[in-house]
Design a protein around this ligand. Structure first.
Ligand code: 5GP
Ligand code: MG
Length: 174
């Protein structure tokens, strides 16, 4: 496996798009407080950049979900550590994900959060691979639509490697 020679999405493009996404979120949500629910580990870097651009009061919770082993979505999603119900009930939630692929992870998470009775859940994903979708889930805010290739960097990993890269790369077979 090797990284593509050029980034698929450069840090500059990411920075500009994150600022736009923050403006979109702000214009839809207004001044009211927002609870960001960030899906670990992949969305951590994106969420940190996004929250610094949001003008309203923001609180943050982190959840863990994993369905991927290597480059394959297993279809079985483990969700652990949903926030305590008291932190979610009646709140407006922005669910922050690194990438929407089959959609299984977000469907499971959304259902879990819904049971905690938030006022509303909107979904923000840095990347979207719509061609891979297996469930009916669409994001309210999408950073970049990408083709069906496996990507790493800016928080996204391959077997825990490459998360630290400031740009997003495709990972190619040698
Ligand atoms: P889904 O449940 O939508 O199939 O999978 C979503 C999760 O799979 C993402 O949160 C991410 O962790 C992982 N994933 C899906 N596609 C990719 C990819 O191209 N690269 C990396 N690094 N992870 C991916
Ligand atoms: Mg993920």
């Amino acid at each position: 496996m090797r990284l593509s020679d050029q980034p698929l999405i450069s840090r500059k493009a990411i920075e500009a798009r994150v600022a736009e996404l923050a403006s979109e979120v702000a214009s839809h949500h207004g001044d009211g407080p927002l609870l960001m629910v960030v899906v670990l580990k992949g969305a951590a870097m994106f969420a940190c950049d996004l929250m610094r651009k949001l003008p309203m009061p923001v609180t943050v919770e982190y959840v863990r979900a994993s369905s991927y082993v290597g480059k394959r979505s297993s279809g079985e999603v483990d969700v652990d550590s949903l926030p305590a119900a008291g932190r979610v009930r009646g709140r407006r939630i922005l669910l922050v994900e690194d990438i929407l692929d089959t959609g299984y992870t977000i469907s499971r998470l959304r259902a879990g959060l819904d049971r905690l009775k938030p006022a509303r859940i909107t979904l923000c994903t840095l990347l979207d691979k719509p061609s891979r979708r297996k469930t009916e889930v669409a994001a309210d805010y999408v950073g970049f639509v990408i083709p069906d290739s496996f990507v790493v960097g800016y928080g996204l990993d391959y077997n825990e490697q490459y998360r630290q890269l400031p740009d997003v790369y495709a990972l190619e077979d040698e």
